[in-house]
Design a protein around this ligand. Structure first.
Ligand code: HAM
Length: 465
């Protein structure tokens, strides 16, 4: 059989895994700083879950879903996004009856869209995101943007573009829809077939059309800001005020409408491009929504939410482009059995060291010492443990510091302490749980000096001064 993967999917291989781990760890860390709990709805939902929430007029629902009938004849869909499934799970489990509001949930996992694969665009991709549901507050809206910007900062990104806009409430959006319908009605004959459907279902979607000729026409369309009610304007200004207070740099983009139907009020995206200027598209997108809980039979009086999702592959492509290097798997010690007769003792010793918390590996068949050292180097080992027959008989082992090349014989009873000393010399005194490489001179990549005073804790752990 031909060992090819399904078009638009990709294998996460050994060398990529640390990057996924890195993003996931920082995302979870930031989620706990903001008081979010982990949620994981199933990959597969009944198709209705997405049709009535993500939206009948969205490209995702109309063209991109992996939908099929299961063997019982029920239409099911591989989730194209998390929001609908998370809200469905909150209602199915009545989380609002057992937990304080807002319900703050974060997630990490694969989503599926039948899109044309290209740079940063896959058919299976990973999203990391949040949803805060059950309260309506400009603070909560601003917090979603702050969460996103802080997480990206801690991951080490610089110079990203944050775009925000307000779609307004129902009244504003209805007025804007009417204005768009009016604007496009005598131009539509000249536009793509999809735009014909969009004009009927939701003229806002015409603004997302990717056909260059249609985009040119859409440039002359009225902008949404002119149709916001006073109340919606005041809400948006409040959010912007909070973002200013927190020194978040953003740009108000009145053409930002987002491609999903559930949004109302704040919408936002963060964009980035590689050093070669390749546009990776949005690194993340999100916004405020009302009415999703009740779509699933949940209570109407608390029916508000805000959230966003990041595309993890896009983040990783940009992190690599910005020079972040993470080792495939680094070990502390490489254990080198000298001769067949020492293998069993080494096998036992490796287990003891691992249970004491050291990352240890060893060969499984005998080879020359030179090749052991090559393997140790390749694996990023800091210490080589050379187990000769004579030393083992003597309850000792040769310990070589691979950075300084110093070598000495150590009693096995002293080995744990010796390794502790050797390996802690290697690390900075205080080091940040998110990798250490993204802060220089005691400054965290997030550059939010309010997070950490000199020698104090950074939001993502300890820092050296
Ligand atoms: P979205 O804009 O459709 O929003 O997707 C969020 C992010 O997922 C995008 O900004 C992008 O980084 C990534 N993404 C989307 N499609 C692909 C793809 N084919 N390949 C790679 N990455 C992709 C949502 O999904 C909303 N549920 C976000 C949200 C949460 N809004 C409120 N709460």
């Amino acid at each position: 059989m031909n060992p090819i993967n399904v078009k638009g999917t990709h294998d996460i291989l050994f060398a990529d895994a640390p990057y996924y781990q890195y993003v996931r760890n920082i995302f979870s860390e930031v989620a706990s700083l903001y008081g979010y709990s982990y949620i994981e709805p199933p990959t597969l939902e009944y198709t209705d879950v997405f049709i009535h929430s993500t939206g009948e007029s969205s490209d995702i629902v109309r063209k991109e879903m992996y939908t099929f009938d299961d063997k019982g004849g029920r239409s099911v869909t591989m989730r194209p996004e998390f929001t609908a499934g998370v809200i469905r799970a909150m209602v199915s489990n009545k989380l609002y009856a057992t937990h304080d509001l807002p319900l703050k949930a974060y997630y990490f996992g694969p989503a599926y869209r039948y899109e044309r694969p290209q740079l940063g665009r896959y058919r299976q991709f990973i999203q990391a995101g949040i949803e805060a549901v059950g309260a309506d507050s400009a603070f909560l809206d601003a917090e979603a943007v702050l969460f996103a910007v802080s997480a990206l900062g801690i991951m080490g990104f610089k110079g990203l573009k944050v775009k925000v806009n307000s779609l307004g409430g129902k009244e504003s959006r209805a007025a804007y829809r009417a204005a768009l319908t009016d604007f496009f009605k005598d131009k539509i004959d000249d536009m793509c077939e999809d735009c014909h459907t969009r004009l009927e279902l939701n003229p806002l979607r015409i603004l997302d059309c990717k056909v260059p000729h249609d985009q040119e026409i859409a440039k002359g369309a009225p902008t949404l800001d002119k149709y916001l009610t006073e109340e919606d304007k005041a809400r948006f200004e409040k959010i912007l005020f909070y973002l200013n207070q927190m020194n978040v740099s953003y740009e108000v983009d009145t053409s930002l409408v987002r491609g999903l139907d559930y949004y109302g009020g704040l919408v936002f995206e963060v964009h980035g491009s590689t050093s070669k200027g390749e546009d990776l598209g949005a690194l993340l997108g999100g916004g405020h929504y009302d009415g999703l809980l009740s779509q699933f039979g949940g209570p109407e009086d608390i029916d508000h939410g805000v959230g966003f999702a990041m595309g993890v592959e896009r983040l990783i492509a940009l992190l690599k482009d910005q020079g972040l290097e993470l080792p495939e798997s680094d070990i502390d010690c490489y254990l080198m059995p000298m001769g067949e007769d020492t293998f069993e003792a080494c096998f036992v010793l490796a287990q003891d060291l691992r249970m004491a918390g050291f990352k240890v590996d060893m060969p499984y068949k005998a080879a020359k010492l030179g090749s052991y050292f090559k393997k140790a180097e390749k694996r990023g080992a800091k210490v080589a443990l050379i187990a000769g027959e004579n030393e083992l008989k003597n309850d000792s082992i040769q310990v070589k510091n691979l950075a300084t090349q110093e070598q000495r014989e150590v009693k096995l009873s002293e080995l744990l302490r010796t390794l502790d000393d050797l390996l802690s010399e290697d690390e900075p005194e205080h080091h940040c749980g998110c990798g250490g490489h993204h802060h220089e001179d005691g400054h965290c990549c997030c550059e939010d000096d309010h997070h950490h005073e000199e020698g104090q804790q950074c939001c993502c752990h300890h820092h050296e001064e």
